[in-house]
Design a protein around this ligand. Structure first.
Ligand SMILES: NC(=O)c1ccc[n+]([C@@H]2O[C@H](COP(=O)([O-])OP(=O)(O)OC[C@H]3O[C@@H](n4cnc5c(N)ncnc54)[C@H](O)[C@@H]3O)[C@@H](O)[C@H]2O)c1
Length: 250
């Protein structure tokens, strides 16, 4: 795959999948604009060829839209590929529904769905003018079924992201813009996820692996590869789809 002269806007670039996606696009010749709220993580990838980083809190809608405008201004035109990757369960512990605070629910929705709505809205106008574009939303297995974490706002916001993907694919398809989602299974991308995984009982961990056809957890690269395919012309007749990359999870 070759992404030379392609403009890629990637959210949540500082760690985990975002970092693997940034590295791969950079390797394949793209000009990548990556944003995150973690300055340290951004600094670690800032030397990648073709990468421009920005510190943006995507739960601030104005800042999220302004970042897209900035990418267009700096790149000199519309965005070719938008990857809405930032998000997650944000360290939210499981709590019974009757104990969940509004603030915890809102925090999850702000980044997992509202930010993707805002960046997609901001990027769509330029993509329409260009008559082409690809939007890839990183949802989750928890966007299709209940989450292992039990965190209601995570599961519900990722289901909403799958809905946004399907709806935008129908709306933007006539403009040559494809909208798809990658739904990853569990990948231990950071210490917090390792701790959460190790906090599960051996039976729960074993059950999870037994319910995974390939009998292992995924790696960031597995997820990034799906994003590259959905961003490239190899998938030029694919839109409105959710690609589960989860080792064949039941
Ligand atoms: N790792 C998994 O097991 C898994 C499984 C399914 C889905 N996902 C999804 O994949 C995506 C990436 O996850 P990851 O595992 O690489 O996690 P991660 O925590 O390593 O990466 C998420 C990035 O988003 C950034 N971010 C969070 N809030 C932000 C905000 N308000 N503004 C800007 N940036 C913000 C974080 O700083 C972080 O760098 C997430 O959307 C997550 O829900 C992950």
């Amino acid at each position: 795959m070759n992404f030379e002269n392609k403009t890629v806007a990637l959210t949540g670039a500082a760690s985990g999948f975002g970092r693997a996606i940034a590295e791969g696009f950079s390797r394949m010749g793209a000009r990548v604009w990556g944003c995150d709220i973690q300055p340290e993580g951004l600094k670690q990838i800032s030397a990648l060829p073709g990468l421009t980083t920005a510190i943006v809190d995507l739960s601030d809608r104005k800042a999220a839209a302004a970042w897209i405008a900035e990418v267009e201004a700096q790149s000199g035109g519309p965005i070719d590929v938008l990857v809405n990757n930032a998000g997650g369960s944000l360290g939210t512990p499981f709590q019974p529904i009757d104990e969940v605070e509004d603030e915890s629910w809102d925090r999850l929705f702000n980044v997992n769905i509202h930010a993707s709505f805002v960046t997609s809205r901001a990027a769509a106008a330029g993509m329409k003018r260009n008559g082409r574009g690809a939007i890839i939303n990183i949802s989750s297995g928890a966007g299709l079924k209940p989450s292992l974490t039990g965190v209601q706002g995570y599961c519900a916001s990722k289901h909403a992201l799958v809905g946004l993907t399907r709806q935008l694919a129908v709306e933007l398809g006539p403009h040559g813009i494809r909208v798809n989602s990658v739904a990853p299974g569990l990948v231990l991308t950071d210490e917090a996820k390792v701790r959460r995984w190790e906090g599960y009982t051996p039976e729960k961990r074993q059950a999870k692996l037994a319910q995974t056809a390939l009998r292992r957890l995924g790696e960031a690269e597995d997820i990034a590869n799906g994003v590259f395919w959905l961003s490239s012309d190899l998938s030029k007749y694919v839109t409105g789809q959710v690609l589960s990359i989860d080792g064949g999870s039941l």
